[in-house]
Design a binder for this molecule. Structure first.
Ligand SMILES: Cc1ncc(COP(=O)(O)O)c(C=O)c1O
Length: 462
C-alpha cells in the first residue's frame, strides 16, 4: 500500500491527544485538556488556525515567534518545493555549500558593523550554546554573566544562564562560573567584569519571559563596560530578532553593537529548524584557529539546504512586505489600544513592549470580594489569574495566547508581523471584554478557576 500522509491524518486525527498521553508527554496533554486548549487544528494560514470543525482562531503565539511571516507563506513554501525539485545536493559535508554562503552574506548585510562571520546551527539553544562556547574559545576566559529573568533555552548550557528557578530546579549542578546579575545595575556588572575572567555577558535586549525592557542607558553602558574589560557582548535575538520589535535586531533600539548575535525561530519562515550565530571575524578565528581545527565545532544538520533556502526566501519576504516597518506601526497601535484599557480595568498593571512583542501585566484588584478570589487563586498557584485570562480569551474569543513565564501574571503577545488594523481591534476588544467579565467573581472568567485550583493543589510541592 502506498504511503499517504493525508489518509493517515484523516484516519487518526482524533487520536492526537491520546497518542501524546501514551507516548510523549502525558502531563502536557492533560494540561491542554484542563485549560481547554485541546483543539484539533487542521490548518494554518497567515495569522489564523482552523480546527477540524472549521472554527477559526487568531494565533498570538506564532509558534513562539516562529511564524513572523504568518503560517504557510507561499514564497517560503515555493522556495522549499524548488529546493526539492532541483534535487539539491544536501549535506555533502565535505564541501562548502552555496546556499549557506548566500544566506551568510545576506545576514551579514543586516548586522551592526563588524559582525561578518556566521555559524549555522539548528535551534535557538544550539545557537546560544555555540555563542557561549565561541566566547570562551576566543577569550580563553571561563566565566559567563547573564541577567535575572533570562531565558536562552533549555539545554544544559543554556539552562546554566537561565534567570529563574522554575526551569533550573532539579537539574543541577549547572555550569560553574555562570553568574546572574540584575538588569539595570551597571555597578554590579562592573564588579563582576573587573575580575577579568568573564568571557561573555549575554542578554536578550528585550526579555521574552515577561517582556522586560531595560532602562535606556543599560545596554549601551553594558557594552562600554564589556569593551573596557575585554568581555564579549552576546545579544540573544532568537525571539526578539528578525523584525519582531520593529527593528531587524531588538538591540538596534539602543544602537548597541554586540560581538555576537544569535538568531533562530522565524529565520526559516517557520518551516525548517534553523539558527545562526553572527559574530566578529576575530571571535570566529579564535575558535577555528588552525587548519586542523577547521571542524572543531559543527553540527550535522547545520547549513542544510532546506533551511538555507527558506532563510533566503524569508529575508526576501521581510523586505518585500516591509514587515519590520509593519511590526513597528501595527505594534504601536496595538500597544496604544491595550494601554488605554489600563484606565478602565484596575487589574491591568502595565502594558509594555516594542513592535509586536507586547506584555500585559496584571495586579491584585482593590475590591474586597475580588481580592479574596485573587488571593485564593494566587495561593493555589502563582500566575493563576493570568491563566484564567488566557483560558477566557481562547474559550470566548478563539484567541491563542499563553502566560508569559512560570509564576508570573503576564500575558505575552507575539502575533505574526502580518496582522493589521482588523486584528488590532479584535485583540483590544477581546481583552476589554475579558477584563470586564473578570470584575464579576461569579462570572465566566472566575468560573474557570475551580478546576484550575483543584489541579494546582494536586501538584507535588517543589
Ligand atoms: C531568547 C531565546 N533564546 C533561546 C531560545 C531557545 O530556543 P529553542 O527553543 O529553539 O532552543 C529561546 C526560546 O524561546 C529564546 O526565546
Amino acid at each position: 500500500m502506498a504511503f499517504s500522509l493525508a489518509e493517515m491524518i484523516a484516519a487518526r486525527h482524533s487520536e492526537q491527544y491520546s497518542l501524546h498521553e501514551r507516548y510523549i508527554n502525558p502531563s502536557l496533554a492533560r494540561v491542554q485538556g484542563i485549560i481547554g486548549f485541546d483543539k484539533i487544528y487542521a490548518r494554518g494560514e497567515g495569522a489564523y488556525l482552523w480546527d477540524v470543525d472549521g472554527n477559526r482562531y487568531l494565533d498570538l503565539l506564532a509558534g513562539y515567534s516562529v511564524f513572523n511571516l504568518g503560517r504557510g507563506h507561499p514564497t517560503i513554501r515555493r522556495a522549499i518545493e524548488e529546493t526539492l525539485a532541483l534535487e539539491r545536493p544536501n549535506l555533502v559535508k565535505m564541501d562548502c555549500p552555496l546556499l549557506a554562503g548566500l544566506l551568510a552574506e545576506a545576514l551579514v548585510k543586516r548586522m551592526p558593523p563588524g559582525l561578518d562571520a556566521v555559524f549555522f546551527a539548528n535551534s535557538g539553544a544550539d545557537a546560544v550554546d555555540t555563542a557561549i562556547k565561541f566566547a570562551r574559545g576566543a577569550t580563553r576566559r571561563p566565566r559567563v554573566l547573564y541577567l535575572d529573568h533570562a531565558f536562552h533555552g533549555l539545554t544544559l548550557g543554556t539552562l546554566s544562564i537561565n534567570g529563574g528557578s522554575a526551569f533550573r530546579d532539579g537539574f543541577g549542578p549547572l555550569l560553574p562560573g555562570f553568574d546572574m546579575v540584575a538588569m539595570n545595575d551597571l555597578k554590579a556588572l562592573e564588579r563582576e567584569l573587573r575580575k577579568g575572567d568573564v568571557a561573555a555577558f549575554i542578554v536578550e535586549p528585550i526579555q521574552g519571559k515577561g517582556v522586560y525592557i531595560p532602562a535606556d542607558d543599560y545596554l549601551p553602558g553594558a557594552q562600554n563596560l564589556c569593551r573596557q574589560y575585554g568581555t564579549l557582548l552576546i545579544c540573544d535575538e532568537v525571539q526578539a530578532g528578525m523584525g519582531r520589535t520593529g527593528r531587524f535586531l531588538s538591540c538596534e533600539h539602543w544602537h548597541v553593537e554586540p560581538d555576537l548575535v544569535t538568531l533562530s525561530k522565524s529565520l526559516s519562515g517557520g518551516y525548517v529548524p534553523v539558527s545562526a550565530v553572527i559574530m566578529r571575524r576575530k571571535v570566529h578565528d579564535g575558535v577555528f584557529s588552525k587548519l586542523d581545527r577547521c571542524q572543531v565545532h559543527s553540527t550535522t544538520f547545520g547549513q542544510n539546504e532546506l533551511a538555507m533556502a527558506a532563510g533566503l526566501a524569508t529575508l526576501h519576504v521581510m523586505e518585500e512586505e516591509r514587515l519590520i516597518e509593519r511590526a513597528a506601526s501595527v505594534g504601536e497601535k496595538l500597544l496604544l489600544g491595550l494601554s488605554a484599557l489600563k484606565e478602565r480595568h484596575e487589574m491591568i498593571a502595565d502594558v509594555r513592549g516594542k513592535g509586536l512583542m507586547i506584555g500585559i501585566e496584571f495586579q491584585p484588584p482593590r475590591s474586597l470580594t475580588l481580592r479574596a478570589a485573587w488571593a485564593a487563586a494566587e495561593t493555589a498557584q502563582k500566575g493563576l489569574f493570568t491563566q484564567l485570562v488566557v483560558m477566557a480569551l481562547m474559550r470566548d474569543h478563539r484567541i491563542l495566547t499563553q502566560v508569559g513565564g512560570p509564576g508570573v501574571n503576564i500575558v505575552k503577545l507575539l502575533p505574526p508581523l502580518i496582522i493589521g488594523d482588523e486584528e488590532v481591534q479584535v485583540i483590544v476588544a477581546a481583552f476589554d471584554a475579558v477584563m470586564a467579565e473578570a470584575t464579576h467573581v461569579g462570572g465566566r472568567v472566575w468560573g474557570l478557576s475551580g478546576q484550575l485550583v483543584k489541579h494546582a493543589l494536586s501538584q507535588p510541592a517543589r
